[in-house]
Write a protein that binds this ligand. Structure first.
Ligand code: AMP
Ligand code: GLY
Length: 428
């Protein structure tokens, strides 16, 4: 069977890598893919938001499965379009993807389903927004309602900062229509974790819990990025937290979506959690694999992902087929100098073969391209260098050994991926 993977980042390379291992698969197509997917898949130069082009591609090639990586094509309804043509797809419908596409919708479903989350108010009115912020006290969280590529959340430490964030969204329309209303949300303290589940509409299977590192600089300082690294399993997700997440978060959300909205969820449901002791509260939902969480979660998945995805897309998931491999994984993102601000592209990447040859290392490409036969940088996040090991310390060691072997002008990575877990285990 041919399988099409939509997207071209590190998450999509991890998907291609895992999918290519399935005995069911004869060929993987990646659209648009990157220099890394080119080694395991046929890249097709279509953008991930080209819904017509992607639908035609899946139909013309007779793809037995299309896996949609990023949120944008999901919120644009690519899964619905493929399903209308009778083409198997792994990824939620446009209606179900509102869990990520609208924070207000997600809050409403959580309220209906009794899913634990921060208190929040939605408003289009500047005065009301400020009033709610004062009521909650500072710090307070100001969020644009719609998709804002991770930039729509501000933690305001005082009233002027909250007012500025509210004005940015409501008055200056910095996020366009995505920010025509804002959520004013209670600030939660604790430690974050990402729990991803495969959902078939009814049955669920949780993947290994992970944690990503959103800030640019060591010690979780500096500006937010798309993610500078990740590791799994995340020890903050204790067995009790895992159970609570399965029952009170994932199952309750899928059920509430179906009961109150008539919407079936099929695909990956990603819960971004704040964990305070044994207490679990949802910060956000994503309707897809995380990036870079996929780069650590997929290598730890035992079993045939294509079989799992096909079963989920048909509403016939057997949760017992979703098994964890044991051991740990750590992914260190190598970014272009200047990222998340402006950066140059086209830098030649050296040392990829040496890193690929190392034991317990997988080099996932993100912003890479091929120019004159050489692999060059073409984005902010360039590589997701993943190390595997019996435990997290060894996985981190493998990842950093490979990072040391790779070089490109301006290369920049965090040196402390996994630090919270190591501190927790007393290893450091
Ligand atoms: P979101 O896009 O909603 O996940 O928010 C992005 C980041 O902002 C999260 O990963 C958290 O670090 C932070 N954040 C969001 N909501 C809250 C909250 N209610 N309390 C504390 N931090 C938050
Ligand atoms: N790593 C966060 C995300 O994929 O949204």
């Amino acid at each position: 069977m041919k399988v099409l993977v939509v997207g071209g980042g590190g998450r999509e390379h991890a998907l291609v890598w895992k999918i290519a291992q399935s005995p069911l698969v004869t060929e993987v197509l990646a659209a648009p893919g990157n220099a890394g997917t080119a080694a395991q898949a046929r890249n097709v130069p279509l953008k991930a938001d080209d819904i017509d082009g992607l639908t035609a591609l899946a139909a013309d090639e007779g793809c037995g499965l299309t896996v949609i990586g990023p949120e944008v094509p999901l919120t644009l309804g690519l899964a619905d379009r493929l399903a209308e043509r009778g083409l198997p797809v792994f990824g939620p419908s446009k209606a179900a993807a509102r869990l990520e596409g609208s924070k207000a919708f997600a809050k409403e479903i959580m309220k209906r389903g009794g899913v634990p989350t921060a208190r929040a108010w939605l408003t289009e009115d500047r005065g009301e927004a400020l009033g709610r912020a004062r009521e909650l006290g500072f710090p307070v969280v100001v969020k644009a309602d719609g998709l804002a590529a991770g930039k729509g959340v501000v933690i305001a430490t005082d009233e002027p900062a909250a007012a500025a964030a509210i004005d940015d969204a409501l008055v200056d329309r910095r996020f366009g229509d995505s920010g025509s209303s804002v959520l004013i949300e209670e600030y939660l303290e604790g430690e974050e974790a990402s729990v991803l589940a495969i959902v078939d509409g009814e049955r669920i299977a949780l993947l290994v819990p992970s944690q990503d590192h959103k800030r640019a600089l060591d010690g979780d300082r500096g500006p937010n990025t798309g993610g500078m690294g990740a590791y799994a399993p995340a020890p903050v997700v204790t067995p009790a937290v895992f159970e609570t997440t399965a029952t009170d978060v994932i199952r309750a959300t899928v059920r509430a979506l179906s009961e109150f909205d008539g919407t079936v969820y099929r695909g990956v449901l990603y819960a971004g959690l704040m964990i305070t002791g044994d207490r679990v509260r949802v910060l956000e939902f994503n309707c897809r694999f995380g990036d870079p969480e996929a780069q650590v979660v997929l290598p730890l998945l035992d079993g045939d992902i294509v079989e799992i995805m096909l079963a989920a897309s048909r509403g016939q998931l057997d949760p017992a087929t979703v098994r964890a491999k044991g051991g740990a994984a750590a992914c260190v993102v190598m970014a272009s100098g200047g990222y998340p601000g402006s950066y140059e592209k086209g830098k030649v990447i050296a040392g990829l073969d040496a890193a690929d040859d190392m034991d317990d290392v997988i080099v996932f490409h993100a912003g890479t391209a091929i120019a004159d036969g050489q692999v060059v940088t073409s984005g902010g996040r360039v590589l997701g260098v993943t190390g595997l090991g019996a435990d997290l310390e060894r996985a981190i060691g493998s990842a950093y050994a490979a990072v040391g072997a790779i070089d490109f002008e301006g290369a920049n990575s965090r040196k402390d991926i996994g630090h919270r877990a190591l501190n927790r285990c007393g290893a450091r």
